[in-house]
Design a protein around this ligand. Structure first.
Ligand SMILES: O=C(O)[C@@H](CO)OP(=O)(O)O
Ligand SMILES: [Mn+2]
Ligand SMILES: [Mn+2]
Length: 563
């Protein structure tokens, strides 16, 4: 964790790098979900035809190396935590390691401070006559939420006065194994039964699969959020069950069922009445700590004026997020734990130093190279220097059906931005390894990886034409390992002998490659930073723009030697 002196009050002007020239176009490519792992049939990156990236690897160790993308290196609670896009892009863009949401929530729960904060005091006002609703991802993936945090919150809230609690569960299957929803619901039901023994009226009220119900992001498809609203708030859904365990078990009987995409369901009583609609006077907490897939629901819960879908009813509730999900929008206005204040990101520094930036991705990753990259901040630092462009993602189909996604379109936009010479930095995120990797479809992921490699080639060719520099890296692993493994690394099989598919991110390191005709001949990776991680990339990029990095940044990966 950074122990460097605080930057407060320091000037924004960056010193010129003593040996590296300014004025080169720098292409920054983030391959989402692209880690490094040994060759193996479940390593889709290895299995795919990726000539461009293979050629870069040959420049190791001087211009290709691995960096850490998981655990404490990116501010997560432990080294057992896989990386994810939020923490990955935060670290890449900020150049510093911050304790992230997951860790801040752990600390607040462990110390009990969560119950003394403004957010909890606010929702507690409703405990007298209202119900406390908890909505979020039922998972121990640690990417958006964690089950142990939900357990502690349930216990703590009841000890602090909540008498009637309803949980609205979104099943995962993306950060954890598909099918694990059943076990999570069982464990939750055990906890709720214990609360009932203590006289708290606690039940599951509604739910659905995270990719189909509630957890859309970057306004890709508001219908997803509407399905959640209908189930959680209105108590309306096509499927009705007597309890949540029956719900997930029955819905999973469909051979095509998948935890990520379970349809919305509502729990009803003997007379068919929903057990937990959200009503005037209730309190609501969205217990995900991660922002991107909760912001849309937060808007629906909080905004008086709202036109994304017909809410039918807009109950007067006291709503708090686990964290504040958008610092610029101040949304939600009440929250249980203060988010990390990520400051002095490389984007802000570079904007102060006149660097013109173009950033582009498709919808599902657009906020990653903009909002997350800039320390969870929306909008431009300097609109006259920056341009952010979003390519609409395919909607309504799973990504294994169109595994090439918009890789080509993103690369063409980047190429045009590079060749226009209107920008000093052209930054993209190419989504295939991650989004297709999450489907667990090996064939499709291989196709996606090949498409990503072709996109990289287009961008590198443009950098070549303008005499520029490229930095290519990734935010965390995914496509390089699609099998769940035992401790020795052998794929685990289910009772029918089928290898268990790993849809989640991984703990693997990711590659970083530098090159291009603009790179001074003596630039190479240092050898004294074997444990470097994503947070070391920002200082590296600043150097390649011809600046020294600020001294509170994690150190640069490069040095310049005489050639
Ligand atoms: O899809 C997401 O929300 C996460 C996995 O839960 O992936 P990423 O961190 O790559 O965005
Ligand atoms: Mn990612
Ligand atoms: Mn992902």
């Amino acid at each position: 964790m950074a122990t460097r002196p605080p930057a407060e009050g320091k000037p924004w002007e960056l010193a010129a790098h003593p040996r590296l020239a300014k004025g080169k176009v720098v292409g920054v490519v983030v391959l989402d979900g692209w880690g490094e792992a040994p060759p193996d049939p479940f390593n889709c990156i290895h299995a795919a035809d990726t000539p461009t990236l293979d050629a870069l690897k040959k420049a190791a160790p001087e211009r290709w190396r691995l960096i850490k993308a998981h655990g404490t290196a990116v501010g997560l609670p432990t080294d057992d935590d896989m990386g994810n896009s939020e923490v990955g892009h935060n670290a890449l863009g900020a150049g510093q390691i911050y304790a992230q949401g997951a860790k801040l929530v752990d600390l607040a729960l462990a110390s009990g401070k969560i119950y003394e904060g403004e957010g909890f005091k606010y929702i507690r006002e409703s405990f007298g006559s209202g119900t406390l609703h908890l909505i979020g991802l039922l998972s121990d993936g640690g990417v958006h939420s964690r089950f142990d945090q939900l357990q502690l919150l349930l216990k703590g809230a009841s000890e602090h006065g909540a008498r009637r609690i309803r949980v609205h569960v979104l099943t995962d299957g993306r950060d954890v194994l598909d099918g694990s929803s059943v076990r999570f619901v069982e464990m939750l039901e055990e906890d709720l039964a214990r609360l009932r023994d203590k006289g708290v009226d606690a039940r599951v009220a509604s739910g659905g699969g995270r990719m189909y119900v509630t957890m859309d992001r970057y306004e890709n498809d508001w219908q997803v959020v509407k399905r959640g609203w209908d189930a959680h708030v209105l108590g309306e859904a096509p499927h009705k069950f007597k309890n949540a365990l029956e719900a997930v078990k029955k819905l999973r009987e469909d051979p095509k069922a998948n935890d990520q995409y379970l349809p919305p369901f509502v729990i009803v009583d003997e007379s068919g009445k929903p057990v937990g609609q959200i009503q005037d006077g209730d309190a609501v907490v969205t217990f995900n700590f991660r922002a991107d897939r909760m912001v849309m629901l937060a808007k629906a819960l909080e905004y008086e004026n709202f036109d994304k879908f017909d809410r039918v009813r807009f109950p007067k509730i006291r709503y708090a997020g686990m964290l504040q999900y958008d610092g610029e929008l101040k949304l939600p206005s009440h929250y249980l734990v203060a988010p990390p204040e990520i400051e002095r990101t490389s984007g802000e520094y570079l904007a102060h130093n006149g660097i013109r930036i173009y950033a582009c991705s498709e919808t599902v990753k657009f906020g990653h190279v903009t909002f997350f990259w800039n320390g969870n901040r929306s909008g431009y630092f300097n609109p006259s220097l920056e341009k952010y462009e979003e390519i609409p993602s395919d909607i309504g189909i799973p990504f294994n059906v169109q595994p090439k996604m918009k890789a080509l379109e993103i690369a063409q936009k980047a190429r045009d931005a590079i060749l226009s010479r209107k920008f000093d930095q052209v930054r993209v995120n190419i989504a295939n390894g991650d989004m297709v990797g999450h489907t667990g479809d090996i064939e499709a992921t291989i196709v996606g990886c090949k498409a990503a490699d072709e996109a990289v080639k287009i961008i590198l060719d443009a950098i070549e034409q303008v005499g520029g520099i490229f930095v290519l890296t990734a935010d965390h692993g995914n496509a390089e390992d699609m099998a769940k493994r035992d401790k020795s690394g052998k794929p685990l099989r289910d009772k029918d002998g089928k290898v268990q598919t790993l849809t989640s991110h991984t703990l693997n390191p990711v590659p970083i490659a530098i090159g291009g005709p603009g790179l001074a001949p003596g630039v190479r990776f240092r050898t004294d930073l074997p444990n470097a991680g994503l947070a070391n990339v920002a200082a590296t990029v600043m150097n390649l723009h011809g600046f020294e990095a600020p001294d509170h940044y994690e150190p640069t990966l490069v040095e310049v030697v005489d050639k």
